[in-house]
Design a binder for this molecule. Sequence first.
Ligand code: FEO
Length: 183
Amino acid sequence: MNKNRLSPALASALNAQMTKEAYASQIYLSFASWADTQGFEGVATFLFRHANEERNHMMKILEYILKRGAPVTIAAIPAPPAHPASINNCFEMVFAHEVDNTTSIYKLAKMSMDEEDWATWNFMQWFVKEQVEEETLALKLLDKMKIAGGDKAPTDTLYLLDSELLKGPDKARAAEDVTTENP
Ligand code: FEO
């Protein structure tokens, strides 16, 4: 009896997305370490928290694939890109990465709709909503940087921005606690 409720194409795409979320976590870890080295403790803390969140996304997909009776393939994670040139550039790269991830999430949502796999389509809606939140967060940071002067932002303004980020709530939670209302 076949207990696999995912098509081979969707199982493969979900496995690829799982690795992509792991890659996102590596990017945030890399940028966080870079920010810490530069003395930006607030930016580093924010990025470390986000690295956890990306890992939770990875686990959420992994658990879903298993729940649907399909095989999980743990693949190699590509190396993150080179360090950002500045805090402004760091936030630009974070935003670009999130937009790229949204494209990937939309493809999965479309695939599940085309296959009439409504369970997976419903599962993907959590990620569609989450991407809006993540893009908004990155855009807000870019807006703040723009007001501060972008790449020319003075040190005291960067210090204030960094201190503000240090106060942020710890959003990272275990994957099993993550819900649509509570991402
Ligand atoms: Fe898992 Fe930042 O998207």
